[in-house]
Design a protein around this ligand. Structure first.
Ligand code: AMP
Ligand code: ZN
Length: 129
């Protein structure tokens, strides 16, 4: 039995669920959008605040980023703390948030379009680590 397409590491932009979210053919609850980035709530949240930041351009994983992608990665990281507070994470140091990028099968990546998880809010979380 073959794997669902969205789980396959060779997913292309044509059959990528996050590309479809960017295109608007799959709905999402957006929290931020600009020319190159989109942020939206995770459909299966592990924490009181759980959203994803993605590049609109299809990049399969963090392992697929190239020399020209530093600015894009920097913009995602710079956006994370701002959106975390906007979405209800408590302030540092007693609050805070977690930024997580699962990469590849052993890294726990299921959707093969680069995405940055931002998690926060009061404990306990569903994923307790
Ligand atoms: P990862 O295991 O890092 O690839 O995480 C993929 C994440 O995407 C999971 O936390 C899913 O809950 C989330 N996800 C999958 N489909 C959707 C969707 N249509 N809208 C929002 N989040 C989604
Ligand atoms: Zn994609």
């Amino acid at each position: 039995m073959s794997e669902p397409q969205h789980l396959h590491p060779d997913t292309t932009a044509e059959d990528c669920i996050f590309c479809k979210i960017v295109a608007g053919t799959i709905p999402s609850h957006k929290v931020y959008e600009d020319e190159e980035l989109l942020a939206f709530h995770d459909i299966n949240p592990w924490a009181p605040v759980h959203f994803l930041i993605i590049p609109k351009r299809h990049i399969a994983s963090l392992g697929h980023t190239q020399a020209g992608d530093e600015a894009l990665l920097g913009r995602i990281m710079a956006l994370a703390p701002r959106l975390a507070l906007e979405q209800g994470c408590n302030p540092y140091p007693d609050g805070g948030f977690r930024v997580q990028i699962n990469t590849g099968t052993e890294g726990g990546q299921e959707v093969h379009h680069l995405h940055v998880h931002v998690l926060g809010g009061a404990r306990p979380w569903k994923m307790a680590v």
